[in-house]
Write a protein that binds this ligand. Structure first.
Ligand SMILES: [Zn+2]
Length: 416
């Protein structure tokens, strides 16, 4: 057999691989074998009809926290991955030098890809914040040695620069993160938030190719008067990443940046214990928020596939459906209508469409349904979050009690 699996007739949107249109996707041995019109059904062990669906590369979420059981923010990706299309979950700073080995062990149990941004602070995000207040935690030499010894895992450096995370340390933790980034030739992702330090102090330090996450944070920016440092950073080639999270995304800031011709380069969730049950939920929901403010579906798919893969120089083929790439594939129904969505400040916008994930393949195999885990005891859920969690759990339980035919494909539907 030429293919183990053939996905037929879907509308393929693969900006990084150069595919667009109604095409079939042949998969063999966990890799994309061929993409084209009219591939031979008889040559496939299994055929899945994706007619009328949108088919994209498995999504790459540039900002997540998947070090559950060891950090304040960490979650298990399994309950979200299978029904969101996200096959690559970049862990953004959950671990530092002291905890990277334990993160490596945690990742081995995750059925998704997890490239890592090493926190410049050795303890990483074991606690909610404050990791860079004590500069003794930010040991540059140790971080460099840790990157060098873990090149298979670590693709960049993370520093959280806001007044809670750094206390009196100012931008020194960022300077150290940048020193590690320079020494190891990897990008630095900086989180911005409540000042001090201000974005006027933070952004000028960044190099082209470094990443500012929470780029449309309502806590870091004044939407009425964007700091000139924002324009300068954007023009210099600093990458803007959404990193929605529980506090990092404001519609009015994003709209001010769009009006100034500065759309984000990458769209990510910052999915963690306090954002996964709302207002973030998952990457497709975040993507809909970008559609709601006027970005196109092509732009948003690029910003969740090839753009994050390039930003971190992930292995060749990542974020694409190019022949030879891992067969990470997401299948969606595109629902048209008027979908009201909220940012972290309760500002609302209406999206003209949203993506409902129908199937998520990792290396050519469908991710199975998984029930959400109970929130950690220190995570305070709001009533709305509690209700969202309960309804999600009910929907998945209902799904698990009926036989799925075919056992995996196009069967991930559940109400939100
Ligand atoms: Zn984060």
């Amino acid at each position: 057999m030429r293919y183990d699996l053939l996905l037929t007739g879907g509308r393929v949107l693969d900006p990084g691989g150069g595919h667009a249109g109604v095409l079939d996707i042949g998969i063999r041995a966990g890799l994309i074998a061929e993409v084209g019109p009219g591939l031979r059904r008889e040559a496939a062990r299994e055929v899945v009809d994706a007619t009328g669906r949108l088919v994209t590369p498995g999504l790459v979420d540039l900002h997540t926290h998947v070090f559950g059981g060891a950090t304040y923010w960490g979650i298990d990706p399994a309950p979200v991955a299978w029904c969101s299309g996200v096959t690559t979950w970049v862990d953004a700073g959950s671990a530092g030098a002291y905890t990277l080995d334990a993160l490596r062990t945690a990742i081995a149990a995750h059925r998704v890809r997890v490239p890592v941004l090493l926190n410049v602070a050795g303890p990483g995000l074991a606690a909610a914040t404050g990791e860079a207040r004590d500069l003794d935690n930010c040991d540059t030499d140790l971080a460099i040695r840790t990157v060098e010894a873990n090149r298979d895992l670590v693709v960049g450096i993370k520093a959280r620069i806001d007044h809670n995370a750094v206390g009196g340390s100012g931008v020194e933790p960022l300077r150290r993160a940048l020193a590690v980034g320079r020494a190891c030739d990897v990008p630095v992702m900086v989180h911005i938030g409540v000042a001090p330090p201000t974005i006027g102090e933070v952004l000028p330090l960044l190099r082209p190719g470094d990443i500012v996450t929470h780029c449309a944070s309502g806590f870091a920016h004044d939407p009425a008067a964007l700091d000139p440092a924002v324009r300068a950073a954007y023009d210099r080639g600093v990458l803007f990443d959404v990193g929605h999270g529980a506090g990092g995304f404001a519609f009015d800031v994003l709209e001010a940046q769009l009006a100034a011709g500065m759309p984000p380069h990458t769209v990510s969730t910052d999915l963690h214990g306090r954002s996964q049950h709302g207002p973030v939920f998952d990457l497709p929901t975040t993507m809909a928020k970008l559609l709601a403010v006027g970005m196109s579906l092509d732009q948003v798919v690029a910003a969740t596939t090839i753009a994050p893969a390039r930003a971190l120089a992930l292995p060749a083929g990542s974020g694409t459906l190019r022949p030879g790439a891992p067969a990470d594939v997401a299948v969606f129904t595109v629902e048209k209508g008027a979908f009201e969505l909220a940012d972290v400040h309760g500002q609302r916008r209406t999206a003209p469409l949203r993506l409902r994930n129908e199937a998520t393949y990792l290396s050519g195999r469908p991710l199975p349904p998984a029930l959400p885990a109970a929130p950690a005891p220190w995570i305070p859920l709001t009533d709305a979050q509690r209700a969202a969690l309960a309804s999600r759990e009910r929907a998945i339980r209902a799904l698990l009690t009926v036989p799925l035919v075919p056992p995996h494909a196009l069967a991930n539907q559940f109400p939100r």
